[in-house]
Design a protein around this ligand. Structure first.
Ligand code: ZN
Length: 202
């Protein structure tokens, strides 16, 4: 099972980190050991002083496929959830500066918080609001209509390089508002108006 993540898929988020807009989706991966399920707490690791939350809509791949054509992209997913792509921003900035890979900043244990999944047919996939609250305050207020590369583009692009397998996940990028977590924080993720994810920082 593979976990794909998309970087800089929302223009306002790219701008807040002073990154240029990508010409193609930016793809990286996390291993299955990154998953944190069932609203379990996240234990702040000691290797970073600046872990950021990034709330993202997550697609679950429903069948195997490679080099998927745009007209068939819809057939590869029918459930969505929310995830948090925890990022050690201090390490990432250092690695980016040196031109090194991001893995230790992005793919460490429990860096992929994941909610349960819901049928996509209950949503208008091009207009899904999602919100992250930290200690009751709205910190990220996103909508899939603002994605630079919509879901189908991601399916086509990722499957050009990697065979999609049933059960794979795609974290589709974070909107603006990312920020640092502190021990004691309480994170809540809302898909539409339904709370489907919760995570306490310990
Ligand atoms: Zn992300």
């Amino acid at each position: 099972m593979k976990i794909f993540c998309i970087g800089r898929n929302y223009a306002e988020h790219a701008a807040e980190l002073n990154n240029p807009l990508p010409q193609n989706p930016i793809v990286f991966m996390k291993p299955p050991t990154a998953l944190l399920l069932d609203n379990k707490p996240f234990y702040h690791p000691t290797f970073s002083k600046e872990i950021h939350f990034e709330l993202e809509v997550v697609l679950k791949i429903k069948k195997n496929g490679k080099q998927v054509l745009p007209e068939f992209a819809d057939d590869y997913y029918d459930e969505i959830g929310l995830g948090i792509d925890f990022t050690a921003r201090d390490l990432q900035d250092e690695l980016k500066q040196k031109g090194h890979p991001w893995e230790i900043a992005k793919s460490f244990d429990h860096s992929a918080v994941l909610s349960p999944f819901f049928p996509l047919k209950n949503f208008d996939k091009n207009n899904i609001p999602f919100v992250l609250k930290v200690n009751g305050q709205v910190r990220q207020d996103g909508n899939t209509k603002n994605m630079i590369f919509p879901f189908n583009d991601l399916i086509c692009y990722v499957s050009k390089y990697f065979t999609l397998q049933k059960g794979d996940l795609i974290y589709t990028g974070t909107p603006a508002g990312v920020g640092k977590i502190e021990i004691g924080d309480h994170l809540e993720g809302f898909l539409g108006d339904q709370k489907i994810l919760e995570c306490r920082i310990k």
